[in-house]
Design a protein around this ligand. Structure first.
Ligand SMILES: [Zn+2]
Length: 329
């Protein structure tokens, strides 16, 4: 293969067994769900050592994202190639059948809590599906202090201190590092996050680990130390409409780690950008991405990495389509 040219890359999802998960990802992603146990996460783009996404199409099929980053730094990352040796974002679909632990990831402000080699983590969710009783918690109610939070943890009333959101499909929720958050009771979300694995758990809702028969370990002191108390821009986001023709384009997230747009429509549109990589995620409907005269089919749950070298590409919906497009600032 030509060392200077790359083509749009599709990746196989990596399914993760989770006690709090369900089976809803079966109707969202085309790759079949393994076994019949609860699947909580599908990692759809991951450049983590322990879980590497594999290319599913073309001459690079079977190679990992890490290998492609190493062999094609410039064609893949363009003007960002000198800044990143690992792909800086981790993308997932989550199926939270039960409530996840109440948790927090560090921000850059609490760097002393981040183990060497790890980074802070800002993340964000786009709600795909929710039930009547589904719940998202993102951020603390105003006036909450470290003292009141510790007291409510001891009394099992932490939910009273959290900003609660009743999720509905299409909602966008921003969770900067330092924000207390959780979700569950049958909500499915797409998650974009910094490529990091540092989580401190505050509360487990009384859940018992089925293997150890003990409550799961918490890291309350570390969590309290990295929570950002006071004003925050966490929580439900009001989308910013950037264009209404030929399709509707809304910006949902714009932070130091990622930008994310939602594109909805049925007319031919443009995706990708000159000299920088973009990620496309099929949420609803289908269509074809055109690159170098070749069509690439994009369906529900599909994740495509558009290499920087591909530049701007045409996308032809075959019906009404909803896509997410993600950029690295
Ligand atoms: Zn999280």
């Amino acid at each position: 293969m030509d060392k200077t040219q790359l083509y749009p890359l599709r990746f196989e999802p990596i399914y993760q067994y989770r006690l709090w998960g369900g089976r809803r990802l079966a109707s969202l992603l085309s790759a079949p769900l393994p076994g019949d146990g609860p699947i909580g996460e599908a990692w759809v783009l991951s450049d983590r050592t322990d879980h590497q996404s594999q290319v599913a199409n073309g001459p690079l099929k079977g190679q990992t994202l890490g290998q492609v980053m190493e062999q094609f730094p410039e064609p893949l990352m363009g003007k960002l190639s000198s800044r990143f040796t690992r792909f800086p974002l981790l993308l997932k679909f989550l199926d939270a059948h039960e409530m996840l632990s109440v948790q927090v990831h560090p921000s850059d402000d609490s760097s002393e809590l981040i183990p060497a080699g790890y980074t802070a983590k800002t993340e964000a969710w786009v709600v795909i599906d929710a039930e009547k009783g589904s719940q998202i918690y993102a951020g603390l109610k105003s006036g909450t202090t470290s003292g009141t939070l510790r007291k409510s943890l001891n009394e099992g009333t932490i939910a009273d201190n959290l900003v609660s959101i009743v999720p509905k499909p299409g909602d966008a929720v921003f969770i900067p590092g330092g924000t207390v958050h959780t979700l569950g009771d049958d909500v499915v979300v797409f998650e974009v996050q910094q490529n990091s694995d540092t989580t401190f758990r505050l509360y487990e809702w009384g859940h018992i680990d089925s293997e150890t028969k003990e409550p799961r370990a918490l890291q309350v002191d570390e969590a309290l130390a990295c929570i950002e108390f006071g004003e925050s821009n966490s929580g439900l986001v009001t989308p910013l409409v950037e264009a209404t023709t030929p399709v509707e384009r809304e910006r949902l997230f714009d932070c130091h780690a990622f930008l994310l747009w939602r594109v909805v429509g049925q007319d031919r549109l443009k995706v990708g950008a000159t000299a920088e990589p973009r990620v496309l995620v099929g949420i609803e409907g289908s269509g074809q991405l055109m690159h170098d005269g070749t069509p690439y089919a994009v369906g529900k749950g599909d994740v495509w990495l558009l290499p920087a070298g591909a530049g701007e590409c045409a996308f032809q919906p075959s019906e009404g389509v909803t896509l997410l497009e993600i950029a690295i600032p």
